[in-house]
Design a binder for this molecule. Structure first.
Ligand code: AVJ
Length: 313
């Protein structure tokens, strides 16, 4: 990444922190979890016994990605929105017998890692990384223009968004994916709230560390002096809104500085750091339709924990 891009991203983080902590209900957007340390902690979360989404979705992909390939047809360009260091990508790309792979991510670092990992796993695959903000419709490389594409959006990342923002994002995907768009998307399902709360507040405390790393990141990158021992991790199921919320709750009155500003929280006041919406199957169909997609097929595990969907635009 060039230093000017880095500076822009840092300003963006500073702006988000100042804006978010200036609200009466304080918030820091979840996308800032994923610095190097945060990405490592998230990897550790995916292996926790309580965190069912990753292993359930991986099993669904192992079992059903070949069928997605058969329905959508071979030789598609796979376009992955947000390329983590996903273990799921090689399975998907291979099963659908992709002609090329286009990882899209705002972080050039993540992109480089994703491309390197995949070219090791699939040396013959044509990989065309795109550094961009995929929340808006974007132009893909000329070499894939006019070819049939399938978007890949695993991990229930869609759950981080409000319903309205999810519709906007899925509409942007449809436009980005050209004239014959397909989408394979993983969506976490609504279930017993106790199971969801356990997945977001594990016994080993890894999710707590992941949440608190956001404050550590503010200290590291924005010259903050937040006392981390004055905050604790909360994961709360919001039944009305169908989402698990993560907060950082002040355990005493606390004053601190960050990004050149002074902030104050009362004992018990929280910083809202993440929403993870859980959908019913009926709601996933409405979500698809609202964004101009046609639901083609979906698959769930035996316990109805997680769902994998194939949509056509
Ligand atoms: C990567 C957004 C899908 O919401 O389950 C995991 C992030 N947060 N544990 C999720 C997360 C806390 C994860 N997503």
């Amino acid at each position: 990444m060039t230093s000017s891009t880095e500076t822009l991203l840092k300003d963006d983080f500073a702006d988000a922190v100042i804006e978010g902590l200036s609200q009466r209900r304080k918030v820091i957007p979840a996308r800032y979890f994923y610095d190097r340390k945060g990405s490592e902690l998230f990897e550790a979360i995916t292996a926790l016994p309580e965190y069912y989404p990753t292993r359930t979705e991986t099993a669904l992909l192992d079992a059903h990605a070949p069928e997605i390939g058969r329905i959508a047809g071979p030789g598609k360009v796979v376009v992955e929105f947000g390329s983590g260091s996903s273990m799921k990508t090689p399975v998907f790309v291979e099963a659908v017998r992709a002609a090329a792979y286009v990882p899209i991510d705002i972080s050039a670092d993540f992109l480089r890692d994703a491309a390197a990992g995949l070219s090791r796993a699939l040396p013959d695959l044509d990989i065309l990384p795109v550094a961009a903000d995929f929340t808006k419709p974007i132009a893909l490389p000329r070499s894939v223009e006019g070819r049939s594409m399938i978007g890949f959006f695993p991990g229930s990342t869609i759950g981080n968004l409000s319903h309205a923002a999810a519709v906007d994002l899925l509409r942007a995907f449809r436009i980005t994916l050209g004239a014959d768009p397909w989408l394979a998307i993983g969506i976490d399902l609504r279930k017993n709230p106790r199971l969801i709360e356990a997945a977001y507040d594990d016994a080993a405390g890894v999710t707590a560390a992941f949440n608190l790393n956001l404050l550590a990141r503010v200290n590291r990158e924005l010259g903050g002096d937040i006392p981390l021992d004055a905050f604790e991790h909360h994961a709360v199921w919001n039944d009305d809104l169908g989402r698990i919320e993560m907060h950082l709750a002040a355990t005493r009155d606390v004053r601190f500085h960050a990004a050149g500003e002074t902030f104050f929280l009362r004992d018990g006041e929280t910083i809202h750091t993440e929403n993870s919406h859980k959908y019913m199957i009926e709601e996933t169909r409405l979500l698809a339709r609202a964004a101009g997609w046609q639901p083609i097929r979906y698959w769930t595990d035996a316990r109805d924990l997680f769902s994998l969907h194939l949509w056509r635009g």
